[in-house]
Ligand binder design. Structure first.
Ligand code: DGL
Length: 272
């Protein structure tokens, strides 16, 4: 394994949504250097086939391995659902690979939730990845799932915390599937941006539903793992690089929404 604490952490997503994971990692591990790849040429992943997502993951995984990352994080629920095993095999003993699902599943079991709701892209929901992994650990947990395909493009277009997002969120959360739940998993790396709106929706209805955003839970899991394995960079702050497979001004602008500060995107046409 690459146990060099000074090596970077690699992350990728279909676009810039995974920056919520990058942000959470840097908040918890401020000295790390990140190599982020947003596959903006191919987004959204949510409605692509599993085979196509595995093909994209293979190419991006090779790139991140070539950068000698100590850890690779699949910062996308859709790719985590269908391509994690493949990437873990591919990385072999070169890097530790994390998805954004397992840490959340562990949290559900640890907190002993019995009625769980999951919202995510069509790809994530149709894969049943959360349901299968939760049921494998505790068959008594009821898992209700709902695909919410409007949310990621809505967030990416900047419709957050306004009339349009309130309406769309309300329409989805009022679905019969999600009525009898104790916790709601936001199974898409875009959704931390609407976590407060979702919490406000439940508060207004006087309903107690714990809303779980995957980014912070995954960052905490990675931090624990890195401490246990001596992988934390305790020295000076590392430099991060942010690559995209297709560059547009609008992606560059939107990074601020997801990362809380502006990011210099580097165009890297990996698939040519
Ligand atoms: N960020 C992706 C995820 O977590 C969703 C966006 C997309 O459909 O590409 O699933």
């Amino acid at each position: 394994m690459n146990n060099n604490a000074h090596a970077p952490i690699g992350l990728f997503d279909s676009g810039i949504g995974g920056l919520t994971v990058a942000n959470a990692i840097l908040e918890q591990l401020p000295n790390e250097s990140l190599i982020y790849f947003g596959d903006t040429a191919h987004l959204p992943y949510g409605d692509k086939s599993a085979d196509t997502i595995r093909y994209f993951t293979k190419t991006i995984g090779s790139f991140l391995l070539s950068k000698e990352c100590k850890i690779i994080v699949i910062a996308c629920n859709t790719a985590s659902s269908v391509a994690f095993d493949m990437l873990e095999n591919m990385a072999g003993d070169k890097a530790y690979v994390f998805n954004v699902i397992d840490a959340v599943v562990d949290e559900i079991i640890r907190k002993k939730y019995k009625k769980v709701g999951v919202i995510g892209t069509l790809g994530t929901i149709n894969s049943n990845a959360y349901k299968t992994k939760i049921k494998k650990k505790d068959a008594d947990v009821e898992v209700q799932q709902l695909a919410t395909p409007l949310l990621a493009p809505m967030i990416e277009s900047g419709f957050v915390d306004g009339q349009i997002s309130h309406l769309v969120i309300e329409e989805y959360l009022n679905s019969p599937e999600l009525q009898d739940i104790e916790t709601l998993i936001l199974a898409c790396t875009h959704y931390p941006l609407i976590k407060k709106e979702i919490e406000a929706f439940y508060a207004a209805k006087n309903k107690k539903v714990d809303v779980l955003a995957t980014n912070e839970i995954v960052a905490a899991q990675i931090k624990r793992f890195m401490i246990e394995h001596g992988l934390v960079n305790y020295e000076k702050k590392g430099k991060s690089a942010f690559y995209v497979s297709d560059y547009t001004e609008s992606f560059a602008k939107t990074t601020q929404l997801f990362f809380k500060e502006s990011v210099d995107l580097i165009h890297l046409p990996l698939f040519k």
